[in-house]
Design a binder for this molecule. Structure first.
Ligand SMILES: *[C@@H]1O[C@H](CO)[C@@H](O)[C@H](O)[C@H]1NC(C)=O
Ligand SMILES: *[C@@H]1O[C@H](CO)[C@@H](O)[C@H](O)[C@H]1NC(C)=O
Ligand SMILES: *[C@@H]1O[C@H](CO)[C@@H](O)[C@H](O)[C@H]1NC(C)=O
Ligand SMILES: *[C@@H]1O[C@H](CO)[C@@H](O)[C@H](O)[C@H]1NC(C)=O
Ligand SMILES: *[C@@H]1O[C@H](CO)[C@@H](O)[C@H](O)[C@H]1NC(C)=O
Ligand SMILES: *[C@@H]1O[C@H](CO)[C@@H](O)[C@H](O)[C@H]1NC(C)=O
Ligand SMILES: *[C@@H]1O[C@H](CO)[C@@H](O)[C@H](O)[C@H]1NC(C)=O
Ligand SMILES: *[C@@H]1O[C@H](CO)[C@@H](O)[C@H](O)[C@H]1NC(C)=O
Ligand SMILES: *[C@@H]1O[C@H](CO)[C@@H](O)[C@H](O)[C@H]1NC(C)=O
Ligand SMILES: *[C@@H]1O[C@H](CO)[C@@H](O)[C@H](O)[C@H]1NC(C)=O
Length: 772
């Protein structure tokens, strides 16, 4: 399935479908006035900004702008990353083997990414009161050459590599204080063949039961591995191998599982612990064979037959009426109405601006989001995506990354602007081409409208979107399924011999807010019923009122959204009131779908404290440079001893007028049904938040938009009903538009590119492996 998450910055142009009375305003008289772009934008890229005739060649490129500061959060360049790899290979005590040559007993570098500078330093730089923070990398190294292998994170810098560059273990942003986590899963290259060998001892039974021998299935198991009485347990299942382009292997579980003890690295100590079939456990191969010989093993229906049309995502079924005609589509006849600085990864749209970066573990992050020149959010991004499965078979967990270039005309409109992103893993820098897009679009319903006896006024709802179907950040899942053996309690039967395995998706977001400074407070304004005896009324009246309270301490900052939407969550600086004495706040509110979702399983037998961020919909903490993310990407190696235990961030600190961080969860409870075959649709797998000004301004900011019309009329004038029409400077598009030229060419789809590979050869630093 595909977990689509929208962290909507609805913000000033937040959507509302309700009409509100329009205040009397001095309207702009000069109609069709062309609005100049801000002076800082360079709009003379390849043509004039306005068009009377819409010929695609006339539409200018995206306006450019110079970011006010260097993007200090920018992803490491390939040169920086290659420098770090070369530097680490020079450190003999790390005993590194080039990742491309490393086997399961060799040390290797897995991930290299930017070590994001501390906020303290970043703020000083942005304010012009401090130097540009030095660039540092973190590098994860798998120390596999030991009996007890572990993964360790290092801080490497300053960059670029010079005489001053050093490296040291980096535990500053973990709660254990250590940067090291045990790897109990270092030997899959040897355990896998051994497991297949054990399985094939029963090939005669397997062939009768599943229709083919062990070699025709893939055997794969749980992640994370289980702990049972101090032992490391792996459960593996038999999965069908589809022989088509459709990677529906997760839909082909065969209902046969094996249990293994792989606690040490010594193969002579590995143990096979039994077979599981149809919810019956056989502790030995002899017991399994004995039951088979006695006819006690039931032959249940299989979702076998490897070329299964139902796992494919292609169109199927009878064609729908008119469905082969081209559907409505949006164009951008005025060109892009936003400006970017590609080098600094900086964007300006209307009265918003922000920087962005890409992280290998969590995808896109936004930084220094400003509205009308004032910072509102320091950092916004995904921390961790958890998919917790349930079932009466042991194998339900795990998901894998896919690489994606966005598909123009489908993922993003044809007129979107695209950007590349880069990440560095296993000594290869991978460019995901065109994997972030930026565009404006008409949301499809007006932002505001009002009608009375004399006029109708309505404003278009034009939203700006930044989208990335991530690659590594927001996984693009296939549904994982289970074999349907007595497990109606854990999912629906959705195909022959197939149960859609129920699971929770919880995606944790970090939002480091700075509203009018870093000293902020979270307030709750709750609507409550009330019975009041007014002086003017002889009887009590039942009414309602707003009850105000504030969050004081991390002791009670594990929050749930109020039932019936009754509580508004506001963030403000108490020193910054408006002229009416109200706090100039921003409001965070659930927007769509599974906003506010949290994990059903509160005390997980699989994930332990590694998933402590997923137990409530919203948390507020006092900002600390050391509390950088809610989960460590490597915690799944040892979830009961995670490098970051989010619960430790909630340690009774003061939250009044402090630098605050909000951590909210989005997701869905997913019990796959037949409609999830072959793929889950986004309408129901969708969640988002709105962050919008609340008593922050003195009016509704959409009134600043020119994309509005007022039609005055007089119901008594008969024929000339409309008496006046005002457009407030908006310029309607006219002329012809060449749709042919606007059609994307899907033959140009490129996917991602690997651009530098090591072992580092200074004479030949670039190894263009090309598209893959
Ligand atoms: C579009 O612009 C190109 C280049 O200016 C010109 O050659 C072409 O005739 C134009 N087409 C239309 C339909 O105006
Ligand atoms: C690695 O070591 C070699 C030999 O000492 C030295 O020439 C080179 O500059 C070093 N490279 C880095 C990146 O530290
Ligand atoms: C270095 O790693 C190799 C495997 O790549 C291993 O055989 C050797 O024992 C390691 N050396 C030390 C000193 O750990
Ligand atoms: C952040 O601050 C800590 C504590 O002063 C320091 O150890 C660390 O090097 C700083 N920088 C980063 C990127 O963690
Ligand atoms: C098993 O796989 C082999 C090799 O791909 C193939 O020749 C054979 O037909 C398969 N057997 C069945 C029963 O699918
Ligand atoms: C994106 O990456 C591709 C492939 O490396 C490159 O040709 C293109 O110039 C890049 N685009 C930008 C805007 O950097
Ligand atoms: C929150 O916790 C603090 C400290 O324990 C306590 O003083 C305060 O009353 C609590 N507030 C609420 C709303 O529970
Ligand atoms: C979590 O579950 C384990 C095992 O069932 C139990 O020992 C432990 O007390 C539970 N912890 C909490 C906080 O409920
Ligand atoms: C509407 O039209 C009638 C008839 O022409 C006119 O008397 C009246 O003043 C108009 N009303 C307004 C509000 O313009
Ligand atoms: C429209 O675009 C197509 C493809 O670029 C081009 O072949 C055609 O001549 C264009 N038509 C006009 C009227 O410009």
């Amino acid at each position: 399935m595909r977990a689509s998450v929208v962290a909507a910055l609805g913000a000033a142009l937040a959507t509302t479908a309700f009409a509100s009375p329009v205040a009397k305003q001095p309207y702009m008289k000069d109609r069709f006035k062309k609005q100049p772009a801000p002076k800082s934008w360079n709009t003379d890229v390849s043509g004039s900004q306005y068009h009377s005739s819409l010929n695609l060649t006339d539409i200018p490129d995206t306006p450019t702008v110079k970011a006010p500061h260097k993007n200090i959060w920018a992803t490491l360049s390939t040169d920086e990353a290659a420098g770090v790899v070369a530097f680490l290979h020079n450190q003999t005590e790390l005993n590194l083997t080039a990742a491309a040559d490393a086997g399961s007993w060799d040390n290797l570098i897995t991930v290299i990414d930017l070590l994001v500078p501390n906020k303290t330093e970043s703020l000083a730089y942005m304010a012009g009161t401090g130097p540009e923070p030095e660039r540092y990398a973190y590098a994860s190294i798998m120390h596999n050459s030991l009996e007890e292998p572990y993964l360790e994170d290092y801080m490497v810098g300053p960059l670029p590599v010079s005489d001053k560059t050093t490296y040291s273990p980096y535990g500053f942003r973990t709660t254990t204080g250590s940067s090291r986590i045990r790897n109990y899963d270092a030997d899959s290259d040897r355990t896998s063949p051994w497991m297949e060998e054990v399985a094939s001892e029963c090939d005669d039974i397997i062939t009768e039961l599943l229709g083919a021998p062990t070699a025709n299935f893939s055997l794969w198991g749980i992640d994370p591995l289980w702990r049972e009485d101090g032992r490391i347990i792996n459960w593996v299942g038999f999965w069908g191998i589809p022989d088509s382009v459709f990677d529906g292997g997760t839909l082909l579980p065969q209902g046969l599982y094996m249990k293994f003890d792989i606690t040490t690295r010594d193969p002579s100590e590995w143990k096979f612990l039994g077979w599981l079939h149809n919810y019956v456990f056989y502790p030995t191969t002899e017991a399994f064979r004995d039951a088979w010989d006695k006819g006690l093993i039931e032959k249940t229906p299989r979702n076998a037959g490897m070329d299964q049309p139902w796992i494919g995502t292609d169109r199927k079924g009878e064609e729908l009426p008119f469905d082969n005609l081209p559907p409505p589509r949006q164009i951008a006849p005025g060109g892009h109405r936003f400006a970017v600085d590609d080098d600094e990864q900086y964007v300006e749209w209307m009265d918003f601006s922000f920087y962005y970066s890409f992280r290998r573990d969590s995808g896109i992050r936004l930084w220094d989001i400003k509205y009308k020149g004032e910072k509102i959010v320091h950092e916004l991004g995904l921390n961790e995506a958890l998919a917790h499965y349930a079932g009466n078979d042991p194998v339900q967990s795990g998901f894998g990354p896919y690489a994606f270039e966005l598909v123009s005309g489908f993922d993003c409109p044809t007129y979107a602007k695209y950007a590349n992103v880069t990440y560095h893993s296993h000594e290869i820098s991978t460019i995901h081409r065109r994997s972030v897009c930026f565009y404006e679009h008409d949301v499809g319903y007006p932002m505001q409208r009002h009608t009375n006896g004399q006029y109708t006024a309505v404003t278009k709802n034009i939203a700006f979107s930044m989208k990335s179907v991530s690659t590594i950040g927001n996984y693009d899942y296939n549904i994982q399924s289970a074999y349907v053996a007595k497990n109606g309690e854990y999912g629906y039967q959705i195909h022959d011999g197939l149960s859609g395995s129920m699971h929770d998706h919880v995606l944790n977001w970090k939002m480091d807010v700075d509203i009018l400074g870093t000293a902020n407070t979270v307030g709750f304004h709750t609507v409550e019923p009330k019975t009041v005896k007014y002086d003017w009324s002889p009887v009590e009246r039942n009414t309602m009122h707003v009850v105000r309270s504030e969050l004081t301490n991390e002791a009670n900052s594990t929050l749930h959204w109020g039932e019936n939407g009754k509580t508004m969550v506001l963030i403000y600086n108490k020193e910054e009131k408006n002229k009416y004495g109200e706090d100039r706040a921003w409001r965070l509110m659930p927007h769509i779908g599974g906003a506010g979702m949290y994990s059903t399983i509160q005390n997980s037998s699989n994930s332990g404290p590694a998933m402590n961020f997923a137990k409530a919909p919203l948390y507020v903490t006092q900002h600390h440079d050391s509390e950088f993310v809610s989960a460590h990407p490597q915690s799944s190696y040892d979830p009961f001893n995670p490098l970051i235990d989010f619960a430790e961030y909630l340690n009774d600190e003061n939250l009044e007028q402090e630098d605050l961080v909000l951590w909210f969860n989005l997701g869905m409870h997913h019990v796959p049904h037949t409609g999830d075959l072959a793929n889950t649709v986004h309408q129901t797998a969708h969640a988002g938040m709105i962050f919008s000004p609340h008593n922050y301004l003195y009016n509704q900011p959409s009134q600043q938009s020119s994309q509005m019309v007022r039609i005055n009329y007089n119901t008594s004038t008969g024929d000339s009903f409309v008496t006046e029409m005002l457009q407030f400077g908006s310029v309607p598009a006219t002329g012809l538009y060449n749709l042919t030229a606007d059609n994307p060419n899907y033959w140009e789809y490129e996917g991602s590119a690997n651009i530098r590979k090591l072992p580092y050869d200074p004479l030949n630093p670039y190894d263009e492996t090309g598209p893959r």
